[in-house]
Design a protein around this ligand. Sequence first.
Ligand SMILES: [Zn+2]
Ligand SMILES: [Zn+2]
Length: 148
Amino acid sequence: MSAASAIQGQCLCGAVQYELRGPFRLIFNCHCRFCRVAHGASFTTVAIVAAKDFTWTQGSAARYVTPHGSARHFCGTCSAPLCNTPVEDGIVCIVMASLEVAAQRPPWFHANTEARAAWIGLEDGLPSFPAFPSPEEIGEIVAAQRSR
Ligand SMILES: [Zn+2]
Ligand SMILES: [Zn+2]
């Protein structure tokens, strides 16, 4: 990706900003309880990117390290969630809503639907998985996206 194609993201008040210089590896709606409570939302649309493609460009995000050892990064001023860094190195899970609108993309599947909010239906035709899909299932989803 060229410098010109970098994507910007930021919190609600703009104090904390980041830049993305690589492709989305996976995009999904996460229905797990952690995402729902942490974001105060029915579910969260998450984009996984390579850590090497992600850079903070302004301010410094506050962090909350979960009991699972992953860290949730958010703005300490406006409290908007920006991304999560899981225990596995090398990836960053961006909160899609924090990206500039023109760069936002729809999800490829639903994950952790067993924990979904009672009022959430899943009639949009996307693949859905009670937990997180297996590496094989992920492979099929990614292949289906590439053939579009
Ligand atoms: Zn903010
Ligand atoms: Zn989640």
